[in-house]
Structure formats: C-alpha cells, structure tokens
Design a protein around this ligand. Sequence first.
Ligand code: PMP
Ligand code: GLN
Length: 383
Amino acid sequence: MTTAARLRPFGTTIFTEMSALALRTGAINLGQGFPDTDGPGEIVDAVTAAMRSGEANQYAPLAGVPALRAAIAAHQRRCYGLEVDPDDGVQVTFGATEGIAATMLGLLEPGDEVVVLEPFYDSYAATIAMAGATRRLVTLRPPDFALDLDELARAAAGPRVRMLLLNSPHNPTGRVLERAELAGIARACVEHDLVAVTDEVYEHLVFDGEHVPLATLPGMAERTLTISSAGKSFSFTGWKIGWCSGPPRLVAAVSAAKQFLSFAGGTPFQHAVAVALDDAERHVVPLCATLQAGRDRLCDGLRAAGFGVCVPQGGYFLNADLAPLGVSDADDWCRELPARAGVVAIPAQAFYADPDAGRTLVRFAFCKRPEVIDEALARLSAR
Ligand code: PMP
Ligand code: GLN
C-alpha cells in the first residue's frame, strides 16, 4: 500500500477543511488555531532588517542559523535550567509540524509502538503511520482530562514500545500536566527505556498552574527530545519556525530525516525569532493575559448559552460539551453550524482514534479579539 493510501483516513486536515468552510460561508472561524492579531511589531521589524541586511536571504545551515540555536539554548537554560548544546543539541525546523514528522521518521523503525495521549493533535497519527509505527493510546477523559497513571504504565510496558509522545499544554483539551503526572510519565520512560518526545508549542501560554518540561525531571534530560515553535509564543503562526532540542544522538536522528524534507528554510525569520526568544518573557506576559481574558470570556458565554464547558489551563482552545443541549453528534453539529449560526468549530472526534469517543465535544479557539468572541457567542446563543 502506498503511503498516501495508508494516510487516507486522515485525509485533508480537519483544520484546513473547516477554515475553507469559514471562508466560503463568511462564518466566524473559531476552528483552526491562529490569532487574529499579529505579534509584536518589533519582531516584524527584525525580519525586515534581516532581509535587508544582505546576509540572511540564502540557505541557512541544516541545524539552523547560529544566532537562533544560541537563543534556543539560552531560553532553555533561563526558563527551565536545561543545558542544551547550541551546536549539537538543537535542530531548527519548518514549524513544530516538521519537527514532529522528522522526529518520527528519524527515530522510529517500522513495527515500533508509540505511547500517545488521546485526544491527540492530528499530525501525530499521520507521522507515526508514515514511519510505519503504531500508536498505543492513553485516553484523557472529560471534564478534567486527568491522566490515569495506571493506564499509562500498562501502555508503556509493551515489548515493542520505543517512544512516548507527550503534549503539554495539550491540544485540544488545554490540559497542563501536573508534576505528579509528569513524574509518573518519567518513571514509565525510565523503567522501559523509552525515548520521550514532548510537544511544548504552548509552553508560554499557561493561565493556571505551571509548565514543567518533562526533560527537567530526574533521568529525563538524556532521553527527551523537546519540540517547540515560535508560532504560538509570539503570535506568528504563519512563520513556521520551530525547533527540537535535546541530547545530540536524538537531535542527529531528527536532522538526518529533516535534511531530506525541507533541508533549511525561512532564514530571515530564524534571525527574527532569535531576537524574540532572547526577550521571550517580556513578549509572552501580555499575550498570556489577553488569551486568559479570551478564555474566560468564551467559557462564561458558552456556559450562559447552555453548553457544558471544560475549562482549559493553557493554550488556544477549550472543549465544550453539547450533551446538555440535547445534541448527540458534534461532527454533524459542526458541519451544519456555519450555515445555521455563522460560526466554525472543530468536532473533538477529529482528535480521537475511536470515532465514538468525544462524540458530543466541540473544540473552540479563543485566540481571537474580544469583539469576535462576543459576536460568535451572540450567534451561538441565537442558534
Ligand atoms: N503541536 C501542536 C500541539 C499544535 O497545536 C500545533 C499547531 N500549531 C503544532 C504542533 C504545529 O506547530 P507549527 O505551527 O509550529 O508547525
Ligand atoms: N495547530 C492548529 C490547530 O490545532 C492547526 C495547525 C494546522 O492547521 N495544521 O488548530
């Protein structure tokens, strides 16, 4: 079977499909996660300065431009006390998306198994399949989406399990894993000698609790590959500058795959992200406050309109339950919503392997201006 045929169940991403539907119908797009306000102007200025410098418009080195690799290493040290080698321990990628794909292709053998938390970001299933590997799922259940450590320990114990893939803050639930949960995950990784891959693209967007990278737990730095991206931290999702960092042997495997995907790209954007990361804390504080206000606005409004609301601790998204409204299938509901109410949202079924799981849940993005959230709420209330 060709790779395309194997991937067909995943088809076009639900995000692409729903954004196209929003454009076609003129509906408010609370589906695909992107902010409707640009990030800081000074970071945009850094791109144009790099473009005009005459030294930043050609191929970057495979690993990424030295200034960005140094900024990533400094960021990991400053924010988390993690030591990363800027020369051998960092690989810049075309967004976290390419980092995830290169990680799966570089580190997995056909037949390997990967422990994944469900619901999961859609590219995990597709890229694990591209590598010829399979998933072992550990399901997070509403309303609090807590991690069952016994279930996790059972999933990690299989003889073919090679990797554990973690995402916190989590898309689509907004869960920020707690220390006790991370400690259980670390125990399972050490006990079964697993490579941990952590998707931390929402690392700076935490409203309640604290983001703790798995790599900071005892015994984990040497077995963890950390993936992040500038898109969410600085509100430039279209720039697609991401990175993987960790022990050189893991990063080398990612680089080996990445060189034949895109080789290198976005040189001026890499220079600007280096400038942004050096000042990350200053940029993310106001962004986080704005997102938290958006979260609260959407939670309150949906509650008032009769939805069940699962309050997220971080990220761009919340899950709402349609069951209290008497709706039994979120997929049907979301597909009719643009025509009926002029709003686009994502059915949570898109993030589950089992089509019956999450059947009444809908993911809404709150990374939008207050007036946009209010208008969406008015439309949803009148639906
Ligand atoms: N991981 C998660 C959990 C995401 O939500 C996204 C979407 N932005 C990505 C990875 C991809 O990030 P990027 O846009 O940097 O490719
Ligand atoms: N991460 C974004 C989301 O979950 C979408 C990115 C994409 O379209 N692939 O909405």
